[in-house]
Design a protein around this ligand. Sequence first.
Ligand code: SF4
Length: 447
Amino acid sequence: MTDSSAPTVYVETYGCQMNVSDSELMLGKLSAAGYVPVDQPDGADVILVNTCAIRDHAEQRVLGRLGELKRHMKKDSVMGVTGCMAQRLGPQLLEKAKHVSIVIGPDGYRALPQLVDGARRGRKSINTTFDLEEHYEDFTPRRFDKVKAWIPVQRGCDYRCTYCIVPTTRGSERSRKLDDVVRETHGVVAEGMSEVVLLGQTVNSYSDGTHDFADLLRAVGGVPGIRRVRYTSPHPNDFSDRVIAAMAEVPAVCEHVHLPMQSGSTRTLRRMLRRYSREGYMECVEKIRRAIPGVTLTTDIIVGFPGETDDEFEETLSAVREIGFADAYTFIFSPREGTPATRMPEESFVPADVASHRLQTLVDTVRTASRARNMGLLGTRHEVLVEREAKRGEAMLMTRTRDFKTVLVPGDASMLGQYLTVELTGTTGSTFTGAVVRERMPLPMAG
Ligand code: SF4
C-alpha cells in the first residue's frame, strides 16, 4: 500500500539505452529512500530530466522541455537535470533554466537522495565529478520494461572518435565484475524475464581484468531461464575470435549484431578516428557472417562529416549495398562543442543542403534493399517474444524475432513475455505483420 504522504518523483529520459538504464537506477535509489515514482509530471514533488548530449538538436529539445515542465511544478516541487547534458554544461544549466535546482552527471547518482532532499530545502547543487569506480552495484533498478532487462556491463569509453561527446560526458571505460553481472541476470529471471540486453559504449571491449566479453556472453547465456541475450553497442575492432566463437556457440545469444560503420570510406573513417578502415570493417562483417550464417546486421552511419567528398559518400553507399544491412540509423554530422571535429578547417564542412541530400539518398538506398529482402521473407516462420502492445491500432502486439525483426501480431496484454511461432504475412519494408502459428508457453521459472 503506497503511503499517500510519500513524496513523488517523475523521471523523463532522453537518449540511449544506457540512459534508460540509468533512469531505472535513479528510480530504484529514490524509491529506496521513500520516494514514489509516478508516470506523469503533474504535481510531482521531484521532476528529473535525464538528458542526452549526442547532438545539438537533442540539447535544444531538452531546454525547451525544461520550460514546458515548469508548468507542471507545484510551488515546492524541485527539478533536476541529469545525464550527459548535465555533465557537459554543469553550472551553465542553472543559468539557462533558473527553475532547475539540481545538476548531476552520470557518475553522481549515489548522492541523489541527499541532493534532492537539499533542493527541497532550497539548496541548489551540482555534481559532475567523475567516479571511475562507480557502477551502482548496490542500487536495485526499478525497471520500466517487464519483458526484457537492460543490464549495463560497462561505463565510459576509451575510444576518441573525433565527432563524439561521450568520452567527455561519461569518462573513460571501466567494466563491472562478471559475477555482479551474473548475479543481476539471476535477479532478472527471478523477476519473470528471459531476455537481457547487455549495455556498454563499446560493449565487446568488456574486461573486468580476468574475464572478457566472450566469458561474459557464456556466463550470462548460461543462467537458467535466460533464452535471449542481446548487446549494444559493439565496436568493430573488439570482435575477437573468442567473442565471435561465443556469439556462435551460446544458444541464447541472438543472431543480430548492431555494428556501427559510420562511413564506408577509409579516408572519412581516418578523420573520424574510428581506428578501422573500410577493408577492416568488411573483414569484421565477413568473420561474423562466416561464424553465424543468416545473422542480421544493422548499423549507424553519419553523412556530411567534414571533408566528405562525393566520392567518399559514394563509398558509403557502395558499402551499404555490398553488406545489405537490415536497417540503419542514419544521421547528419552534428558538430559538438569540445570535440576535435569542430576544429577541422571551416572550408571542409559540408553544406547543409548537400548533407540533407546525402542523407535522403542513403535512407533510400538502405530501405530499398531491406524492403526487397523482407518481401522475400513472407511466408517464413519465426519464434518471436511478445514485447509490448503495439502503438498503432488496438489488439495488436509488438513482437521481436531473435534476429531483431519487428512483427506485429494480433493479441492482448495477457500475452506479454510469451514466445510464439508466427508466419510473416506482410511487410511495410521494415516492419512485418504476422499470424500466430502455435503458442509456445514461456519456460517454467528458473530455480
Ligand atoms: S566508440 Fe566512438 S562513437 Fe562510440 S561512444 Fe566511444 S567515442 Fe563515441
